[in-house]
Design a protein around this ligand. Sequence first.
Ligand code: NAP
Ligand code: GLV
Length: 310
Amino acid sequence: MPMIIVSSGSNLSRWIDALKRAGPGIGVFMPDEIKDKASVRFALSWNHPHGIFREFPNLVCISSFGAGADHILSDPHIPEHIEVVRIIDPLLSSDMAEFTLTVIMSSIRRMPVFWQQKQTGVWKKHRYRRITETRIGVMGTGMIGHHVATILKRTGFQVSGWSRTKKSDPASYAKYHGREQLPEFLGMSDFLVCLLPLTPLTRGIVNKELLDMLPPEAFLINLGRGSHVVEADLLGSIDRGHVSGAHLDVFDTEPLPPSHPYWSHPAIEITPHVASLTDPTSVAPQIIENYQRLMDGKKLLNTVSRKLGY
Ligand code: NAP
Ligand code: GLV
């Protein structure tokens, strides 16, 4: 049984090599290389063109290349019986924690201001905030967010996490859940880190109402998906001086269009969806494991709930 690999990106050679190393003998093909479309039961996807899977009548499972599966679930042509699985990888979590730390440390030690001053040869000191004085709220404490919150707490920050369901595990950081506890959680977030999955309940969650509940001069770090943020509400909140700025790694449209107001906004930092990149060598074994499980009729790993959207 061949596996197909579909992505909007063009260079998949690192992926194909890693999959072939992890599963010698398994045929890995691009969709247009497959003659017998009915032979395909397993696909690997990142931002596939919607509707492409209609060509494969016996498909049983689609695996995401990454942690998020929103790009698969948003395709209305994928029948309900198809299982969707995703990546859970310690490197995705540790890379994300390093990125989050970098952004927060750079902000509290005023690095963007000093980089700006260097452009014009300005020698001016600015007050900084200490780690122990800084309150961070992590929205979404799943596989990645929980690790990020734990590392931030260990580093000395005051950390709170917010999730959909109540957590019963011993708290290394303060834990909140559900809409009712959202205002209290937000009120303690000088930095708000969004690590939610994109679902019908979380789309547009970072809107004016939510931003207004943050402490004055809070800073938003969006590492989840661009569509979590209502762009006009964020710009309005920054321009009113309530939110001090934002670091955005993910956008509604990627690449971010050249004319987008974020590019020229002095209080908005931009990175091109690089907070945590899936490492093909690290994750190929789990993709092959799911492929084997499918062949053997066993339960798949890391499944996504079609109902919850994550
Ligand atoms: P995950 O394990 O599925 O965790 C999702 C978390 O969000 C869980 O804690 C869940 O709550 C919470 N959640 C979901 N819906 C919610 C709601 N309506 N209200 C409150 N909390 C809600 O996901 P993950 O592996 O940590 O990944 C999270 C996201 O990070 C991905 O979906 C992707 O969008 C993003 N990501 C971005 C990059 C990047 O480079 N920028 C890289 C990797 C991932 P429960 O614990 O109660 O279920
Ligand atoms: C990246 O955004 C991922 O979901 O892994």
